[in-house]
Design a protein around this ligand. Structure first.
Ligand code: KG4
Ligand code: ZN
Length: 345
């Protein structure tokens, strides 16, 4: 049975995991840097890179120990090689290179977005290609057709902010701290999603793209007006975001050809209201719906190890030890560059 060590360090989670070919996570460990970045209201790249450098090796040792395995039991080492905050990516990739060299194991340089894109198959082995994927994280908001590892067609991306970024900025405006997504979702539970009139950018447009900058500005104006309760603003923002993604995904489904399922992945896929809305949309289209368990939505190393396993299975060869870390790395290189898209991890 194949066994892969995964390493993730592209944003503010330092993570290691051991995953086998059946998708069993033998052990995993995630060190969040939330506290280090909270005073700044967002991730500070310098602080992130330093924290990854301090924590990664002990974390890998802990994971191997928990699984009662050594590097000699592994078949490959998979590490995120981009896209992301370059200092952190380099820490993870250089560590993986050193381990691969020292233990004579193949190195798999993984695209972090491919980790998210294939993560639903880690928990749902019945999920078959091709599937429609809504990839929503702190740095990305894309709709892709996933035909297999390394085979992606991007149908939509954001022309300004990513969805997770919109959640984080809304949280900041409401004084909820960082990271904002879970805090906005919690507060929204107590609010009325129809209380505050907010725009739904691009809804109804035939152009399949996303835009959230106008929504964020409208949230700021709603807060400054002093006329609304914070819980109503949070709920109304979340509802506007849901309406945007459902409308955009519906349009993308109409043009992407036949798929087996509608899948949502990435940090924002942890949001229960968004998951429920997409599950309804999948039902309307007679499609299966799949989303990773919440713990596999936000950044983790199990999805990186799993992407490595999927790539090995498809016959992709290992990467050379001089492979570079990449701050930008689109899943679909043929897709047009869109201003603002893929700015961060
Ligand atoms: O995938 P991820 O961990 O990191 C990136 O690759 O960006 O995604 C992090 C993003 C953050 O913007 C965070 O606020 C958002 O996912 N997020 C959520 C929720 N949990 C995390 N957004 C909405 N609702 C949530 N429950
Ligand atoms: Zn991510």
């Amino acid at each position: 049975m194949v066994l892969v060590l995964g390493i993730e360090s592209s944003c503010d989670e330092t993570a290691a995991a051991l995953v086998d070919g059946d998708g069993h996570i033998l052990a995993q460990s995630i060190a969040s840097q939330e506290e280090a970045h909270a005073p700044y209201g967002g991730v500070v790249p310098e602080i992130a890179a330093r924290a990854h450098a301090e924590r990664l090796v002990p974390l890998i040792e802990q994971v191997l120990k928990r699984a009662d395995k050594g590097l000699h039991d592994c078949d490959a080492i998979a590490a995120t090689a981009g896209p992301g905050l370059i200092g952190g990516v380099m820490v993870g990739l250089v560590t993986a290179k050193a381990l691969a060299m020292a233990s004579d194991l193949p190195l798999l340089a993984i695209n972090h977005l491919e980790g998210h894109a294939l993560s639903p198959r880690l928990a749902d082995p019945g999920l078959e290609f091709p599937y429609a994927l809504l990839l929503v994280s702190g740095g990305h908001c894309q709709i892709l057709r996933v035909d297999g590892p390394g085979r992606y067609r991007r149908l939509a991306t954001t022309i300004d902010d990513a969805l997770g970024e919109a959640f984080d900025k809304t949280a900041k405006i409401l004084g909820l701290g960082y990271p904002g997504g879970p805090a906005v979702e919690r507060l929204a539970l107590q609010g009325n999603p129809r209380a505050v009139p907010l725009p739904r950018p691009l809804v109804g447009s035939g152009e399949v793209q996303f835009s959230f900058a106008g929504l964020k500005s409208a949230v700021l104006r709603a807060v400054e007006s002093g006329q609304h309760r914070p819980e109503d603003i949070a709920a109304s923002f979340q509802q506007a975001a849901v309406d945007c993604i459902v409308d955009r995904t519906r349009i993308a489904l109409a043009v992407m050809g036949e798929v087996t399922a509608l899948v949502v992945a990435g940090g924002v896929a942890a949001n229960a209201v968004i998951r429920a809305a997409l599950e309804r949309l999948a039902g309307d289209h007679d499609l299966a719906f799949s989303a990773p368990p919440i713990a596999l939505c936000t950044d983790n190393a199990a999805m990186i190890a799993w992407a490595g396993i999927e790539r090995l299975r498809c016959g992709f060869s290992a990467d050379p030890l001089d492979v570079s870390a990449r701050p930008r790395w689109p899943l679909d290189p043929s897709a047009e560059t869109v201003r603002g898209a893929g700015v961060k991890a």
